[in-house]
Design a protein around this ligand. Structure first.
Ligand SMILES: NC(=O)c1ccc[n+]([C@@H]2O[C@H](COP(=O)([O-])OP(=O)(O)OC[C@H]3O[C@@H](n4cnc5c(N)ncnc54)[C@H](O)[C@@H]3O)[C@@H](O)[C@H]2O)c1
Ligand SMILES: O=P(O)(O)OC[C@H]1O[C@H](O[C@H]2[C@H](O)[C@@H](O)[C@@H](O)O[C@@H]2CO)[C@H](O)[C@@H](O)[C@@H]1O
Ligand SMILES: [Mn+2]
Length: 440
């Protein structure tokens, strides 16, 4: 049986040990001989490699774990590259969130000005990663989690149209897990219809064993959002920030009951509510640094000091989803997932060159998206505005255009006016000098 070599770009990520464990949990079906961690931060990666080795050795001591800052060593002849770069780290995430909040605007990792700032930092490194892949592992598929996934996907579509890359997000699958719990169903029994852009989409129907349960879900979620009946269950992201986001789904459903919105639509549909609910001095980046990141690195320090292994991380849907997608490619399983793909007529009344998030069957040749019905004018209007904002942002980064960056910001629904958009853009330029292309 073939064994697989997997590279993890952004190997020092808080998610690397969980992804390695998710691979090991499937090792009988999907045998892995090597996991290679690649990062630009050697020390962070060294530490994460220590715990990753421990995790893997508990399942199979023969799996080789290597870490390198050299792309040739990391990527040569691998079968898959799992990408999870956070360009600028959490220090820059904190600025992405706090600068907009200081002007009363939503500050968020992937949405609005924070997401656009993160996008400006991430486009060039992701293009570079595609080039490493085509040089050292031309047969490999990159399965990309690196955010902001919508902006990354558009930039790669434009600049490297032949790259073997699948852009994915764990938000839909995370929401589906919650829906299963609300409906008392098994997670594998759930199937959904969905359309949109990444972090900007709607579930149009939800089935359990082929039967629509949309009415029941709508009724429950209009009151409770995504807060499940048993919060005690250890679902990932049950912390205070996500509980607020999950409750805000109810507020959006009360306004627009037709479809179930992605929780991320709160940043565009009810931005003032989000601003009022957030402490601008202690944002999501602070919570992540004080919890997910700290817990992982504390457990690594403990391991280094005592030799004792405490997990300090979770596999969650994040780990299992990327492994399931890889297995569907590796074994031509034709499994259905929600993925970010080029529209190409799948949503007939959206542009062909939009990177949309829709159901697709994943084969060894890549994704086969399904064809949908035309979408309603309300959704089309919202999506086209957001799409134009994302496309202009990518053009701004590639052309070094200040004017296009300002247009991207001004078009984004998180801003009340072009004047505020300019103020926030100028602050972000100042703080991102080390990372952004120069804008003239
Ligand atoms: N698409 C999704 O649904 C989804 C879900 C969860 C996380 N994510 C994304 O996964 C990524 C990792 O998140 P995290 O919280 O673990 O971040 P993290 O900061 O813990 O890890 C990211 C790693 O990327 C490395 N890195 C930065 N630039 C790099 C480059 N040019 N080349 C190689 N490595 C580089 C950093 O040094 C760091 O070790 C982020 O982009 C996050 O937004 C996406
Ligand atoms: O604020 P963070 O860093 O904790 O998380 C940001 C990521 O959140 C989303 O993923 C969630 C998902 O929505 C949730 O249901 C659960 O499964 O956990 C996921 C993270 O592991 C989002 O999709 C990502 O793009 C964000 O990076
Ligand atoms: Mn996501």
């Amino acid at each position: 049986m073939k064994t697989y070599k997997i590279a993890v770009a952004g190997g020092g990520s808080t998610y690397s040990p969980g992804i390695a464990k998710a691979l090991m949990l499937k090792k009988d079906e999907f045998p892995v001989s090597e996991i290679r961690l690649y990062d630009i931060n050697e020390e962070r990666q060294r530490k994460v490699a220590l715990i990753t080795e421990k995790v893997v050795a508990e399942f199979d001591p023969n799996v080789k774990i290597t870490s390198s800052t050299n792309p040739k060593t990391a990527f040569e002849d691998v079968d898959f590259i799992f990408a999870q770069l956070r360009v600028g780290g959490n220090a820059m995430r904190e600025k992405d969130e706090k600068i907009p909040f200081s002007h009363g605007i939503v500050g968020q990792e992937t949405c609005g000005p924070g997401g656009m700032a993160y996008g400006m930092r991430t486009i060039a490194p992701m293009i570079e990663l595609c080039d490493f892949a085509s040089k050292y592992a031309p047969q490999a598929w990159i399965i990309n989690y690196s955010n902001p996934a919508a902006i990354v996907a558009e930039a790669i579509r434009k600049e490297r149209p032949n790259a073997r890359i699948l852009n994915i997000c764990d938000m839909p699958i995370g929401m589906m897990l919650r829906m299963a719990e609300i409906l008392g169903a098994d997670k594998d029994e759930i199937e959904v219809d969905y359309f949109g852009l990444n972090h900007f989409g709607w579930f149009t129907d939800v089935y359990v064993k082929g039967e629509s349960r949309m009415n029941e879900l709508r009724e429950y979620m209009s009151e409770n959002g995504l807060v499940t009946p048993e919060q005690s269950k250890d679902l990932q992201h049950s912390d205070v920030d996500w509980i607020k986001a999950h409750k805000n789904v109810a507020n959006m459903l009360k306004l627009f009951p037709e479809y179930i919105p992605s929780s991320y639509l709160q940043y565009y549909l009810i931005p003032q509510t989000v601003v009022e609910q957030t402490n601008p001095e202690y944002t999501r980046a602070n919570r992540v640094m004080d919890n997910r990141e700290k817990n992982l690195f504390d457990s690594i320090d403990h391991l280094e000091e005592t030799g004792e292994f405490k997990e300090g991380f979770k596999v969650g849907v994040h780990g299992t989803f990327i492994v399931d997608v890889a297995m569907s490619i590796a074994f031509d399983r034709r499994e259905r997932f929600l993925l970010i793909v080029e529209n190409n007529g799948a949503i007939p009344n959206l542009p062909s060159d939009a990177m949309v998030e829709i159901p697709a069957y994943v084969t060894s040749r890549g994704p086969e998206p399904i064809r949908l019905e035309p979408i309603g004018l309300f959704y089309k209007g919202l999506i086209e505005q957001q799409l134009a904002s994302e496309k202009l942002l990518v053009e701004a980064a590639l052309e070094g255009s200040y004017q296009k960056a300002l247009q991207a910001f001004a078009l984004n629904k998180t801003f009340p006016s072009a004047e505020v958009a300019k103020t926030v853009l100028d602050d972000l330029i100042e703080e991102n000098k080390e990372f952004w292309p120069v804008l003239n």
